[in-house]
Design a protein around this ligand. Structure first.
Ligand SMILES: [Zn+2]
Length: 308
């Protein structure tokens, strides 16, 4: 995928910038040691390079970080205070700039653990905090729903409605929903019903434990294909709607959160129906960067299983 190349390309220049001063420093130190005369040479030449490299690397990283820390920017501060997540990302310089700053630890004002933000990351190693978090605002989604869990945060609900219109206009059929926001209490019931049906290992492969579900953020939605009736979740990936969503969800601010072949990172079997709202800028950066997991996108450790 082209994205793999662009990711590497975007990282390469940074590595060169860091490596160059170390090389220069090392050469300078080695030269000085040599000039110091025969007595100093043997020990100095063998011992100096390691400490010089070890000390120089963090030093250069810190200097670079301070110079570019976007959190000091007035526009970023104002947007954060206003709770305007799209404006925060824009003030960083767009989705890729935001991702890059956060993933190298260069954005201390951004918390990927803040469940009020569209960039929150919830997985088997990152429970919601507080565990019984409830979003400030939830609104019913305008699509047909096969369960009572039909609410999302307003920005995600609007984006989903727009996406369903676009799918219909493209001739990809009608989208419906199965599950949007689920509270901690509802997740307890959902997870325990999976445990009863499949045992704990089976349940953990496809259902989050209470307090660990993206659905509790109000930013995740399970979509289904509807015609005269609606199909179930498992059928979605093979439908016209499923193919369209895989290709176009990012254009509406969503990503397919649990892709095929990524269980060792996400902890879940593929779920082509489970969409996560990230906002238009971050979803575009995710798509154009060729990312397949949110963990990789933000440089986080894999979360294949719960902590022992
Ligand atoms: Zn889901």
């Amino acid at each position: 995928m082209s994205g793999t190349h662009s990711r590497h390309a975007s990282r390469a220049p940074r590595a060169v910038t860091v490596a160059l001063p170390i090389g220069v420093l090392f050469t300078a130190v080695a030269s000085l040691a040599t000039l110091g005369g025969p007595l100093a040479t043997p020990a100095a030449e063998t011992e100096l390079p390691a400490p010089a490299a070890a000390l120089a690397l963090p030093h250069v990283e810190v200097a670079e970080s301070r110079a570019a820390n976007p959190c000091g920017d007035d526009a970023v501060r104002t947007a954060l205070k206003d709770g305007d997540d799209d404006a925060v990302v824009a003030a960083f310089g767009g989705g890729e700039a935001f991702r890059a700053a956060v993933s190298v630890g260069n954005a201390p004002c951004i918390s990927l653990a803040d469940p009020d933000r569209t960039w929150v990351v919830v997985n088997k190693r990152r429970p919601l905090r507080p565990t019984e978090f409830v979003p400030d605002a939830l609104t019913p989604v305008s699509l047909r729903s096969t369960t009572p869990s039909d609410r999302l945060r307003p920005e995600a609900a609007q984006a989903l409605a727009d996406m369903a219109d676009a799918a219909r206009d493209a001739g990809a059929g009608t989208l419906g929903i199965n599950n949007g926001y689920r509270s901690y209490g509802v997740q307890q019931l959902t997870y325990s019903s999976h445990v009863r049906a499949q045992g704990q290992d089976g349940a953990d492969a496809g259902s989050a434990r209470p307090g660990y579900s993206e659905h509790q953020t109000g930013l995740a939605i399970d979509v289904i294909a509807c015609g005269s009736g609606c199909s179930g979740l498992d059928a979605f990936g093979a439908t016209t709607q499923g193919g369209w969503v895989a290709e176009h969800a990012w254009e509406h601010g969503f990503i397919v959160r649990y892709e095929h072949g990524e269980r060792t990172t996400t902890g879940y079997m593929p779920e082509p129906w489970h969409l996560r709202y990230l906002g238009p800028e971050l979803a575009a950066a995710y798509h154009h960067g060729g990312f397949r997991t949110l963990e990789e996108f933000f440089g986080l450790p894999a979360a294949s299983d719960y902590a022992p």
